[in-house]
Design a binder for this molecule. Structure first.
Ligand code: ZN
Length: 141
């Protein structure tokens, strides 16, 4: 994937996300903060039994934190807690290790985030929403 394509995918998630709103009857809502950059998010999860029935976010921050939130919602909506935790671990391995990480076609957008590895301070921006949701799900396992 070229740098230009990475940037286009990120900007597309930043500008035209389907998931940036509040779910009034969410089962869980949790705040996340990244003081280094000033990103603040709130994640809303509406559980459907053991599944993530609906997931959304609000907040403000840099384009990376917001694009990553959109990607997370696209990726995790409809999954069971266990499936979602596996996807989260996979995404974190991409950003935190030097392993060669591949994604299934339906999650191909996530690979665009690998571009932030070149800027270590931005990794926290990308991971903020993933860590927040991981915390929510681990408490409900
Ligand atoms: Zn940020």
């Amino acid at each position: 994937m070229s740098d230009t394509l990475y940037r286009e995918i990120l900007l597309d998630h930043y500008r035209s996300t389907r998931h940036r709103f509040e779910i009034p009857d969410a089962t869980v809502r949790e705040d996340g903060r990244n003081p280094l950059c000033g990103d603040t998010i709130t994640v809303y999860v509406k559980m459907d039994g053991n599944r993530i029935g609906e997931i959304s976010y609000t907040g403000h921050g840099c384009s990376i934190s917001m694009a990553s939130s959109s990607m997370l919602c696209d990726t995790l909506e409809g999954l069971t807690i266990q499936e979602a935790l596996e996807k989260i671990a996979h995404f974190k391995r991409m950003l935190l290790t030097d392993e060669e990480i591949e994604f299934e076609d339906e999650d191909a957008d996530l690979e665009a985030m690998s571009g932030v590895k070149k800027f270590p301070v931005r990794i926290k921006c990308a991971l903020l929403v993933w860590n927040t949701v991981e915390h929510i799900l681990k408490e409900r396992q």
